[in-house]
Ligand binder design. Structure first.
Ligand code: UT7
Length: 336
């Protein structure tokens, strides 16, 4: 066993765009109904960027809030990781753009990590490795996605689900010896990768034989199989993560899951035998905001009095890849 330095979750922030698209609005695009969408997903509305607003603007606001809460100044951040699947530009990466925008010094490493909706937990595990080994001390994680930009708005099987949003977390080396990560695990299975995919739009070199098809850059999903995968894999995985933490599920205060489908959240809740008060769900208002959904649910849960800080939580996510992950964490007072 490697002895890692303890990690502190020092600050968390979020940002959601103003523009609301309701289920009724979607009936203008295709045949559907509020009843159909709500009963199958728990979603009533979602937020999307409009005009020139992008994941950079949302990520900037979420990161600024997380930095303020953490009391870490931009000049003291020594690594930036963006969990971005739908950034406005492939490069420069979202993290590089945010480095300049936030006033984080030149030279500080900045990179994006793509693990779709599990991105926040993947980034947390990577940050834990860096901090635990002493390579970096103060890491900014930003999860910001504009799913609306790659949604096929003619496809009623996918466009009902997704929304835009950003979340951010500042993690630092813990100076009081207390580790805020009680256990964490990340996983992937590329053999079922085609359950959710987005082909890069592209072209052929005009001097070569063309490929049979070029990507259209839109989300494609086998919803039924993703649903089955999620309800069979995630609840069991969450239980294993809790057991690794040395705690029992009863001892953990909250479940803060990735917000993909209310029925998937309920499957995890039932497995843990949690009352509704212990489960944080805001999917009704935001839909699936990818890697941003966990920090959005956390901070909003605190703002709405559903989460009391000075507590513990199990975070869990799953998404394209397929990827999945879970972490039992300590939520200190004052982090959001
Ligand atoms: O981060 C990971 C993100 N992904 C997920 O978590 C997705 C998990 N999967 C799901 O949430 C569900 O599969 C959906 C909510 C997306 C779809 O529910 P479903 O019960 O699996 O529906 P389905 O795709 O099997 O479609 C059933 C029927 C079809 O009609 P027919 O062929 O039976 O006549 C669809 O055409 O429902 C129809 N349908 C709709 N009807 C009204 C599909 N979408 C809609 C819609 N409104 N929006």
């Amino acid at each position: 066993m490697i002895n890692l330095k303890p990690l502190k979750i020092a600050g968390v922030g979020y940002c959601i765009p103003e523009t609301v698209i309701t289920n009724d609005d979607l009936t203008k695009l295709y045949e559907t109904s509020d009843e159909w969408i709500y009963s199958r997903t728990g979603i009533k509305e979602r937020r999307v960027v409009s005009g020139n607003e992008t994941a950079i603007d949302l990520g900037f606001k979420a990161a600024t809030q997380a930095l303020e809460k953490s009391k870490i100044k931009p000049e003291d951040v020594d690594c930036i990781i963006s969990a971005a699947s739908v950034p406005p530009q492939l490069y420069p990466t979202l993290s590089c753009t945010l480095q300049a925008k936030l006033g984080i010094p030149k030279g500080v490493p900045a990179f994006d990590l793509t693990a779709a909706c599990t991105g926040l937990i993947y980034a947390l595990q990577v940050a834990r490795g860096f901090i635990g080994s002493g390579i970096y001390k103060n890491i900014l994680i930003v999860a910001s996605d504009n799913n609306s930009k790659i949604t096929d708005w003619n496809d009623r099987g996918t466009s009902i689900l997704f929304g835009d949003g950003a979340g951010a977390m500042v993690v630092t080396e813990s100076t009081d010896g207390v580790d805020d990560i009680l256990s964490i695990n990340i996983s992937a299975d590329g053999s079922i990768g085609q359950l959710i995919y987005t082909d890069m739009p592209g072209q052929n070199c005009p001097l070569v034989k063309p490929a049979d098809s070029v990507g259209d850059g839109k989300i494609r999903m086998n919803g039924k199989e993703v649903y089955k995968f999620a309800v069979t894999t995630v609840p069991k995985y969450v239980e294993e993560c809790i057991s690794k933490s040395g705690m029992t599920s009863d001892e953990i205060d909250y479940l803060i899951p990735h917000q993909a489908n209310q029925r998937i959240i309920e499957a995890i809740q039932q497995r843990l035998k949690y009352s509704d008060e212990k489960v944080i769900s805001n999917i009704k208002y935001y839909g699936n905001t990818s890697a941003a959904s966990i920090p959005i649910a956390l901070v909003e849960g605190v703002e709405q009095g559903k989460i009391k800080l000075g507590s513990t939580a199990i975070l869990c996510g799953f998404g394209a890849g397929m990827t999945w992950g879970a972490a039992v964490v300590r939520l200190r007072e004052g982090i959001c």
